[in-house]
Design a protein around this ligand. Structure first.
Ligand SMILES: Cc1cc2nc3c(=O)[nH]c(=O)nc-3n(C[C@H](O)[C@H](O)[C@H](O)COP(=O)(O)OP(=O)(O)OC[C@H]3O[C@@H](n4cnc5c(N)ncnc54)[C@H](O)[C@@H]3O)c2cc1C
Length: 356
């Protein structure tokens, strides 16, 4: 069974998130009218990599990305004037923490299998259902939750203190462990009609847009962590001696290091290509799927190589190098799995299955 983060860790995760928000990390690629810096996605990528290099914490990066792409950007793209007035500045300053809830116990990749229901009543919208593996749930003040209204997938803003809303602190996963995660149970949860985000039936497109952005940019920060991973193995290979030679003198080791460097720089190129496309108002459906697929698989291979180069030291309990393997495994699942990215790519090429 996974260990759940104790209460102290949840508070620590929240404090780290708020600290980053106060430093302005949430304001990139957002216009000044909306309360952002009015800079570009290229600036966002640069700033997220710097954050990754300084925090070395993929959980914190996941938490920030879930908040940004799961709630801030959907609110910018689909929120009405009142909704933006109520939420946006607080979401950008870290006074409110959020994320998005799509996955359910019986449905992850398959959006058609989502069961959460929203019902329109004279008193408001009545929500019932169960979400699972939702990043930020234990620290969230609100979440964008997807449910079926009139059998059409739609988005709703649900507060953690809404009557009938339970934002739980479990289950967690072993990867990106410092990101808090949990289930959400909505049992006759009544919210005002003004909390519907976007039109009835817009849920599918809203999810695709949110996930496209997350796929395109979540590895900007992770590149910062991978940069440290690479430096760590280089340093080790210089210091460690085998048969009186530095470890790195063995071609089997140095070739692994060359491949790690190539993978890291290739992820950077892909992420920057997504930023270039967004900055030129171009679609990123194909590029973001390619970025996510390539980056997650490359991160996993480099994390396995790093452990192998360090030997048993690399696998020592609590060694952050070993923990990156679990982070990489998680990265192959969140924002749509590697298999789903392949489905998207072939669907866009005019063949293969549909996609989430
Ligand atoms: C760290 C982490 C954070 C997460 N945060 C969030 C969050 O904030 N909000 C949220 O809503 N969800 C979140 N998730 C859940 C994540 O989005 C799902 O795990 C993911 O969509 C896959 O769904 P599943 O786990 O139910 O796997 P399933 O959909 O059951 O798939 C099981 C396996 O089958 C493969 N598969 C499924 N369908 C196909 C297909 N058509 N073709 C080929 N292969 C297929 C999958 O790739 C996978 O390998 C998070 C997950 C993790 C690990």
């Amino acid at each position: 069974m996974n260990k759940l983060p104790p209460e102290g860790d949840i508070q620590a995760s929240k404090q780290r998130f708020i600290h980053c928000a106060q430093k302005g990390i949430l304001k990139h690629a957002i216009s000044t009218e909306e309360g952002g810096y009015g800079d570009s996605f290229t600036h966002l990528v640069l700033s997220h990599e710097i954050l990754g290099k300084s925090c070395l914490d993929n959980g914190l990066l996941l938490s920030i990305n879930a908040h940004l792409w799961g709630s801030v950007f959907p609110l910018i793209n689909y929120g009405n004037k009142e909704q933006k007035q109520v939420y946006l500045s607080k979401l950008l300053s870290g006074d409110l923490i959020s994320g998005h809830a799509i996955t359910e116990p019986q449905a992850g990749s398959d959006l058609n299998a989502l069961l959460m229901i929203a019902e329109s009543t004279p008193e408001g919208l009545l929500l019932n259902g169960h979400k699972r593996f939702i990043t930020n749930t234990p620290i969230a003040d609100l979440l964008i939750i997807y449910a079926r209204l009139d059998n059409k997938l739609s988005a709703f803003i649900v507060h953690s203190d809404d009557l009938g809303a339970l934002f739980l602190n479990q289950p967690n996963v072993t990867g990106c462990h410092s990101a808090t995660m949990g289930d959400i149970k909505l049992e006759n949860c009544l919210i005002p009609k003004s909390r519907q985000l976007g039109k009835t039936g817009a849920g599918n497109i809203m999810i695709q847009q949110a996930l496209e952005l997350e796929r395109a940019f979540i590895f900007a920060g992770i590149c910062g962590v991978m940069n440290w991973q690479l430096k760590t193995v280089i340093q080790f290979s210089r210091q460690r001696k085998v048969n009186n030679l530095h470890l790195g003198k063995n071609q089997a080791i140095s070739h692994k290091i060359a491949e790690m460097k190539l993978r890291l720089d290739s992820i950077r190129l892909w992420v920057n290509e997504c930023a270039r496309l967004k900055d030129n108002n171009k679609r990123i459906t194909m590029a973001s799927a390619q970025t996510k697929l390539f980056a997650a698989e490359a991160f996993l291979q480099s994390s396995l190589d790093a452990v192998q180069i360090l030997g048993s030291n690399g696998l020592a309990e609590n060694n952050p190098i070993a923990q990156l393997v679990n982070d990489a495994l998680a990265s192959r699942l969140f924002s749509g799995s590697s298999e789903i990215q392949k489905n998207i790519i072939v669907a866009l090429l005019g063949t293969g299955d549909g996609y989430k």
